[in-house]
Design a protein around this ligand. Sequence first.
Ligand code: ADP
Ligand code: MG
Ligand code: ZN
Length: 656
Amino acid sequence: MDEKKQEDKILTAKDKKEKEEPGLNKEEPLLGSLNPKKFNFSIWYFLGTLLVLLVINTFFFRPNGVITVDFSEFKEKIKAGEIRRVEMGGKYFRGLPLTKAEANRLNNENYTGQTQLSSHSYKTVRVDDPDFIKLLDGKGIEYYAKPPGNNTWLNLIFSWVIPIVFFVIVWRFISKKVGMASQSVMSFSENRAKLVAEGDTGVTFNDVAGVDEAKAELVEVVDFLKEPDKYHAIGGKIPKGVLLVGPPGTGKTMLAKAVAGEAKVPFFRISGADFVEMFVGVGAARVRDLFKQARKKAPCIVFVDELDAIGKGRGASLSSNDEREQTLNQLLVEMDGFDSRTGVIILAATNRPEILDPALMRPGRFDRQVLVDRPDLTGREAILKIHARDVKLKESVDLQKVARGTPGFSGADLANIVNEAALLAVRGGRGIVEQRDFDHAIERVIAGLEKKNRLINPKEREIVAYHEMGHAVVAAFTEGADPVHKISIVPRGLGALGYTMQLPTEERFLMTEDELLSKIDVLMGGRASEQLFFGKISTGAANDISQATEIARKMITDYGMSSKFSNVVLNSQKGPMYLSSPLGPGSREYSESTQQYVDEEITRVVNERYDKVVKFLEGKKPFVKKVAEKLLAEEVIEGDDFKAMLDEEAPGGGAL
Ligand code: ADP
Ligand code: MG
Ligand code: ZN
């Protein structure tokens, strides 16, 4: 426990927004490449089959000179001798002009005879006439029966050939489609990880400003990539994965590129969203492929942008997403599958570390996290300078003034401001950017950001400043409280609007009752100050209150520091939410009345301390106002400066 912070969150839509990403170049989706011509081709198959069927149909069912006649007429023709042979089908009679023998003879003489003869045949509907056979016998006419449907050719074609042909066509059509799909899947997984040529990201640390702490952390990574042997020789291990955490537009992507640019190694960038595809397994295949490529190019950097798209906690949501889970699992497998000696370092960026799967943070994975936060005043000025490098500025332009007017802006917002100012100058017909262009640009960008709920308004900022000062002043005058290290009202990621950082002077393993109470005092300082200066309280203290409550609860239930239950532990188990434990979820092992006592005792302790702190701050009102105004002007007060002001105020020190 080497550092303590009170971060103050205002529970607004701010917590939910954080997803949009300015200036991100998404690659074109490749799905549009399915060739429409191939579909047409298959339709031609279909039409062709239809045509063949038609031809077959007309060929086999051609009337063929058959004259349909009434049954009575049929009989007349038999009597007249025009019909010499009768074929008896299931539903018809057919009369042929020649006997079998005659037909055969004719056939032998003249090949074409058959068709000529058959053109003379007569056909009639079969009638059950008992005298018919007698008539035939009497006339000496040949007759024979034809079993129904014995046309073998037609049978064969209809029952075998056509279905087979049909199936073959359908099968080919389907396999073609699947083939195309799998082909495009392949090319997806191969191509999406963009490989930028060696050291070609074109970005260096000089292009990134205002994030000095993050830069300092990454310098080590660069050093490793440049001279891995130095680390191997000593047996040192460099982290495999570094996770860049921070709000959108603060330069995470840029930093990753800068690491590659500085180390002059290949840089593979892939965005988490690219992994999430409609085919299950594609994302996983892509990860595998990406690492295969990366290993070949080692030393190199693999950068997974927007890690939260795949790294969401598994099982956190009710609707499971197999595809994402598979992808995440594959990523974990790949990360475990090599060690940093291969020279592949994985960088990842996210706006929302809180939703990431805990498995990602285990040792050997993203075990190092680097905070990339919104820049403070000096950081903003530096960023403005970087982006104004290629812009013609009038000499009178004061970038520090611009920086002062843009609290809470991210690097991307500032880049936007410079660009807007340049555009305004052009619109005004001027060849050079003036201060008023910047003023207008700030107004425009602020209006946009306020709509997106990303900026706190001046009134809120004032409340935050007095709130933080409340913490700091109480801490300064409380015996046993850790000294103030830094006070800031630069909004931090994840909705924290300001913070007061205290660093303990020595490592502590035990805490006395007084020290615990003084912790509660410091936590109460924020809200007390709001109450004093504005006469009302805000949601900004939500986090402080929950921490204070927790300390008070532990004092009573865990540390045995209450008058009624001194030296007794009051166990309460926080069981897993869904598992039914014999005691029920989050059960306690003490009675209802004890619970009531604990609740009342917590309330009593916290309220007592709160009242005490309000009273104390009342006596320090002018001093709090003085430092709060300084904080509003400078955004950050370092511990030393604060101490200097403190010494001025109360040279001998003082106690609450
Ligand atoms: P993130 O990945 O954190 O959302 P980016 O790295 O994509 O942010 O930043 C977007 C753009 O904003 C960059 O291209 C750059 O022009 C500008 N920018 C952001 N942060 C910085 C910074 N710290 N220094 C200089 N420029 C920055
Ligand atoms: Mg980014
Ligand atoms: Zn607070």
